[in-house]
Structure formats: C-alpha cells, structure tokens
Design a protein around this ligand. Structure first.
Ligand SMILES: *Cc1c(COP(=O)(O)O)cnc(C)c1O
Length: 484
C-alpha cells in the first residue's frame, strides 16, 4: 500500500489524501436547529494583519517564557524547545490528519507512533508502551487503572498505594481517582524513602508503591532495587513517576530498576512547549506483568503495515477520545531521532552538570536541606529571608525584575520555604552565572530595602495577582477585556 503521509504537500491544494466523499448536500436548516442559528452578524474585530501581528508580538513579550529568559522551574523541565520540532508537527500530512480516517490512509502516522513506542521501550527498558495518555497525571491514572485490573484478575483486589511524602500532588490525586487509598511514607534524613518505615507498611492490601526517581528533591533513590524487590515479594507492583526522566536518559532505565509501569512526560523530557495546563503527552511504559492491561487500541506492526489492535480482552479499555496527543508525539519523535542515543545521554549528563554547578554557586547563599551531589535539580530553603521579614515568594517575584523566572517554590512540601531549581541542559554557563549573581544581588536588597522585594515585581504589566481568583473567575472574552 502507498504511504501518502510523507508525500510532499502542494501549496494551495486541499488535503490530497482524503477520498472524495459522496455526501448528499444539506441546507443549514437541516443541519443546525434554529435555536443555534445566528440571527445577526458576529461582532468580529476589524483589524489589519499588521495590527494583529503587533498585538501578538506585544503580548508575547509581556509574558515570561523560555525564549525570553531563564526559567528554572523545578520538576517542570522548562528546556528550550527546538524549532525543528514545530516544523515537523506542522507538516501538512500530519497537521491535516483526522482521527477518523481509516488506518490504510494514516500509515505514516501509525508508523511514527509505532517507532516512538519502540524508542520509548529502549529508553525505559520496559516491554511495551501506550501513547494514549494526554499528560503526566493522565498517565498516572492509566497506570493505576492497569495495576487495579492486574490485581482484580489475580482475584486479589487491594486497597492501598504507598506514596513518599516528597511526591508531586498529582500522585495522591490519581491514587484517589483510581479508587485506592494513599498511605504516606516519610523520607529519611538523606531525602530518600525511609526504608524501615516503608517495610512496616508492606502487607497483602498494598497494591503498589508510586515513586518518583530521581525524586522531587533531585536525589536518586539509593535503595531502589531493594524497594521494588520487596514490593514484588508481597505481590504488589512498582509505579515510577517518570517526570524526572531528564536525569536518566541513556544512563539508567526504570525497567532495570524493577518497575512495572512508568509514565513519561513527553512535553518535559522530550521537549514540547508547555505550561498553563498543556499541551502534553504522558505515555505509559509497562513490564510484562501489565502488558495485557494496556489501553486499547494498541498500535502494532504486521509485516509492512501498521494497525490498531482492539482485540485485547484484559485491557483497561480506552482512556483517550482518540489515539493520543499526536502533535506532541511528533515533537518527541523528532527530538529523540535528532539526538540519537549518544545525544540523549549527553542531554542528561549536561542537565546534571548544570544543576550541580548552580547548586555549588547557591550553596554560599542558602541552606541546602539535603546537601551533596544532586541529579538534574536541587532544593534549597529561603528560610533565612524571614530574618528580613520576607519569604521565598518575595525573592521569586523580585527575580522577574531581573528578567528571570522563579524556581518552583513551596514544593516539595517537606522543605520549609522551598526553592526547587532545575536549570536544564540547554542553559549556558553565562546564564547560570547571571542567575547566581541576581540571587546574590537580591539578597543584598533584602537586607537594605526589604520593601523592594515585598512589592516586586516592578517591571511587569501586572504585579501580584490573586491566582486563585483568576482560575475561579476565568475571563477570556475578547470584548469584555476590551471594554474594561
Ligand atoms: C509534572 C509532573 C507530574 C504531572 O505531569 P503533568 O504532565 O503536568 O500532568 C507528575 N509528577 C511530577 C514529579 C511532575 O514533575
């Protein structure tokens, strides 16, 4: 069969691989009930193209983003997103796809999905992958649903999922959504899972442990093999939150650590511009214990053709309206192929080197609750700002006046006045030095003129917003904003 997807597109020509559909024409009245039909012309803004272009450029520089400045938001992996990803995602053969096209017409897209699955299998050391989940949190729910199905099929449904106290908030939320009860496991003095406390909680009602590795303190869980083996001994499974995979590429694999399922935040590790809730993709990779439970349909290769296999009796079913967030998959595929295995390893090595460089510079200013080498990120405490009547939040806001985004603050919850700093591999030494200099300068300001920090930022279009109100009273109407 011909592969039409990669065919060169012809400018001005409509989708060249759609069949001519023999659909009878209908009038508007037949298609749309009268109550939904517009009675007068829509009030659309009348603007020239130049005005529109200027409007968006102006807006784009009002906000802070990775193309404008440093963005060391821990756990979020705000790395630079190569433009080539966007070029690939915009190829007309990809962009004009419709998820209801028959598989014969979308062989190129299925090939890309299949190849991406294979690459993610190699990167994670797991036996199979589903690309369907639309975000990390969605991957968590998918993974937990598979774990639930696994135990049910064993005739032994269980009640609890263990979660370390340093976990991301989505972990307990997903556990609850999946119908389990979360049990919190404390961290030890080194910032890793407290092994003795963990073992106290092991019993026949434990379905799984959910663990981030490296954890949200930027530390590699030292006893990982012992932990996953102890879980398997009681018939429980091991879930890895893979949001921090940026530290492990080509160095260590969840599959080799004994995990049964890991979600991968493609938008973090494999670069898609994200933030403000999307877009993302959170594929899950599984061990042979969970392979049969993967969501349907599964993308498979049969001789030279690709197909969607729905015939999987032990599957948890479908968890996405269609096949996944395809344009994010294209970006991740491009990023992985562009780097190759050597390049991906260098991504992680440089992410770790950058984090440790910045850590040693900032150690002079802030106490590190878990000192010593970190992986791709580290956590410091801004508690000494309290001496000047200030908080970590004030330093975070003042950084914006220096053209830099704040690190993640007040997370993880186990560190007071936490600052979680992830520089990523794409930043230069000059940028890291500039950040350390800005922090030093702000600490001087804190001593001399604390109000400067309290009222910061001074250089942005809006200063301190009530973020909760913005979410609860969402106002995205063009005209109300214009009139106000
Ligand atoms: C980002 C993140 C998540 C959630 O991923 P989303 O794609 O935002 O849903 C879960 N765990 C950790 C550790 C994360 O950093």
């Amino acid at each position: 069969m011909e592969k039409l997807i990669f065919e060169k597109s012809v400018p001005g020509r409509k989708s060249h691989y759609l069949p001519s559909l023999d659909v009878p024409e209908k009038t508007i009245d037949e298609l749309i009930p009268e109550k939904f039909q517009r009675k007068q012309d829509a009030r659309l803004p009348e603007l020239s193209e130049l005005d529109v272009a200027r409007h968006f450029v102006r807006l784009s520089v009002k906000n802070h983003h990775i193309v404008k400045g440093f963005y060391p938001l821990g756990s979020c992996t705000m790395k630079y997103n190569p433009v080539i990803n966007e070029d690939q995602a915009r190829l007309s053969g990809f962009r004009e796809l419709h998820p209801l096209q028959p598989v014969e017409m979308v062989q190129g897209a299925l090939e890309l999905m299949y190849e991406l699955q294979e690459l993610l299998k190699e990167i994670t050391g797991m036996v199979d992958v589903s690309l369907q989940p639309a975000a990390g949190a969605h991957g968590e729910l998918t993974g937990l649903m598979m774990i639930r199905k696994y135990h049910e099929l064993q005739g032994n449904p269980r009640k609890y999922v263990l979660i370390p106290d340093s976990a991301h908030g989505t972990n307990p939320a997903s556990v609850t959504l999946a119908g389990y009860e979360a049990i919190q496991i404390p961290s030890d003095a080194n910032g890793c899972v407290d092994l003795a406390k963990f073992k106290e909680h092991l019993n026949d009602d434990v379905a799984a442990l959910m663990l981030t590795n490296p954890n949200t303190l930027g530390l590699f869980e030292e006893h990982i093999l012992e932990i996953t083996a102890a879980l398997h001994d009681i018939g429980a499974l091991a879930y890895m939150d893979g949001a921090n995979l940026n530290a492990l590429l080509g160095i260590a694999r969840p599959g080799d650590m004994g995990f049964d399922v890991v979600h991968i935040n493609l938008h973090k590790t494999f670069s898609t511009p994200h933030g403000g809730g999307g877009p993302g993709a959170g594929p899950v990779a599984v061990s042979d214990r969970l392979q049969d439970m993967l969501p349907v349909p599964v993308v498979e290769k049969q001789e030279d053709a690709y197909r969607l296999n729905w015939d999987r009796p032990k599957s948890i079913g479908k968890i996405s309206s269609f096949w996944g967030n395809f344009s994010v998959l294209v970006r991740a595929y491009t990023y992985i192929r562009m780097h190759g295995s050597e390049g991906l390893r260098r991504v992680s090595e440089n992410a770790i080197i950058n984090a440790n460089y910045l850590r040693t510079k900032l150690e002079k200013h802030f106490r590190l609750p878990y000192p010593g080498k970190c992986m791709h990120e580290f956590v410091a405490t801004g508690e000494k700002l309290r001496e000047y009547g200030l908080r970590t939040l004030d330093l975070a806001k003042r950084l914006l006046d220096y053209g830099m985004h704040a690190p993640t603050i007040y997370f993880p919850l186990i560190v007071r006045e936490a600052m979680m700093i992830e520089p990523t591999e794409t930043e230069s030494k000059e940028t890291l030095d500039a950040f350390a200099d800005a922090v030093a300068q702000i600490l001087l300001e804190a001593q001399e003129n604390p109000d400067l920090l309290k009222e910061a930022p001074h250089s942005t279009p809006v200063a301190r917003l009530d973020e909760v109100r913005a979410v609860k009273q969402l106002d995205i109407n063009y005209f109300t904003n214009l009139e106000n």
